[in-house]
Design a protein around this ligand. Structure first.
Ligand SMILES: [Mn+2]
Length: 424
């Protein structure tokens, strides 16, 4: 990290705790960038990296051990515990931060922060910078404020073997959960019953959290892209779209499968499903180092547009339909996104010149084509109305091409029907 800057101070504070209601809090989740840099998971902590000439200094500020806190909430690692466990030069108590920060910022001209940080920790640093400006004898004062997230997130783009292992583990639990949902599904169940059986698998295997709010969408609900209500009854003859996955050691997985509630695809459902699957397989096949993400997006849209023509949902010349963005009505979202510490990893999609990034080994991207046909869309053959299908896998770019990390989760019509019938 410090190699990316010439000189200055990088200041990173932990994620704030968030109140759910009155005096109850949401489960604590560390800021992904902070966790990426130091691995420390406690709230109210600060990481400071300093570079002066060729010398560097790394400091972690943590909440000190407190008997009172330990009684109610469990022991914190404390200064000594953190010093033993983390490879930083110095660990200090947060109580010392207000005095230290002024000394740390002294004689530095550049401060690197997360522009979204509105913590009191950052405000103290800004106040210190202001005080230093007005202090006699201080020759160099802060004059450059940089966004540090771009530096971190460019690094987060390429996953280390350890990061890929964590993603693989998250996917393995998610695989069991999707297979279990296929086996349990029958008409008359509520969508949340499938969600609950998946959550059971995540929690009972030690996953601390879902990676995002689960979507369990029966029938036409699948055409609401961010449907999270999950309270409807699953109906005979409908499909159910499940976009749900867990997080392992803060690393996400992100998987969608769509299958028949009663375990058997109708002819119309099968036709649309096989088109979406064909698009997904062809897009994955095209992924390898050197390919541009923009090109992949365009390619997937061409395939989806052609699929819609083949199904008789769109008619006309493909190029003209693409130009008019006619396919967007039925395939409105992008082909995929970076995935890692965040389910939508906020890594850059373009380089400094604004050019689309080129795939490199170690990048992880979801591939999730979908076709969505609303029940009330009278412009589409009746047999297709109310069908919403998405198929999503997590793809690792390798030196040779790519690896589908979630290939163990069934997705052919035959395998899905066999899984639903509990025959796999
Ligand atoms: Mn996704």
């Amino acid at each position: 990290m410090l190699n990316s800057i010439e000189e200055g101070v990088i200041l990173f504070s932990s994620a704030p705790s968030k109140t759910r209601s009155n005096d109850t809090e949401y489960p604590y989740r560390q800021n992904s960038d902070f966790y990426y840099l130091c691995g420390f998971e406690e709230a109210n902590s600060v990481l400071i990296l300093v570079k002066t000439g060729e010398s560097t200094r790394t400091l972690l500020y943590v909440e000190p051990h407190s008997e009172e806190f330990a009684l109610w909430n469990g022991a914190r690692l404390g200064v000594e515990g953190a010093m033993k466990r983390f490879s930083v030069d110095e660990v200090h108590s947060m109580l010392e931060y207000p005095n230290h920060i002024k000394e740390i910022l002294r004689e530095h001209i550049a401060l690197y922060i997360d522009f979204q940080d509105d913590s009191s920790i950052l405000k103290l640093a800004q106040q210190s910078a202001k005080d230093l400006r007005e202090t006699r004898g201080v020759k160099r004062t802060l004059r450059c404020l940089h966004d540090v997230t771009y530096l971190i997130r460019s690094q987060r783009l390429i996953k280390s073997p350890e990061e890929i292992e964590a993603i693989r583990h998250a996917i393995s639990l998610t695989a069991s959960a999707h297979h279990e949902a296929m086996k349990q599904c029958k008409s008359g169940l509520r969508e949340f019953e499938l969600q609950a059986s998946m959550s059971y698998i995540f929690l009972s295997n030690g996953a601390m959290s879902e990676a995002y709010g689960a979507i369990v969408a029966g029938g036409n609900n699948a055409n609401t892209l961010h449907y999270v209500d999950n309270h409807d009854v699953l109906k005979e003859g409908d499909l159910v779209l499940i976009d749900a996955a867990c997080e392992w050691e803060l690393y996400a997985s992100d998987i969608t499968r769509t299958f028949p509630v009663n375990g058997k695809f109708s002819d119309a459902q099968r036709k649309v499903y096989e088109k979406v699957l064909d698009v997904q397989l062809r897009v994955i096949e095209a992924m390898k180092p050197g390919v541009k993400r923009d090109w992949l997006q365009r390619y997937s849209e061409e395939l989806l547009c052609q699929a819609l023509i083949d199904l008789g949902i769109l008619s006309g010349d493909r190029e003209a339909l693409m130009e008019a963005k006619a396919h967007k009505k039925y395939a409105p979202h992008g082909i995929g996104h970076w995935m890692g510490l965040d389910v939508h990893d906020p890594c850059p999609y373009v380089d400094d010149a604004g050019e689309s990034l080129v795939f490199q080994a170690g990048m992880v991207m979801t591939i999730e084509p979908g076709i969505y046909i609303r029940a009330d869309d009278a412009s589409v053959p009746e047999k297709y109305r109310g069908i919403g299908i998405r198929i999503e896998d997590d793809i690792l770019i390798t030196e040779e091409g790519c690896e589908n990390l979630s290939s163990m989760i069934v997705k052919t019509v035959e395998d899905i029907e066999a899984m639903c019938a509990n025959q796999l």
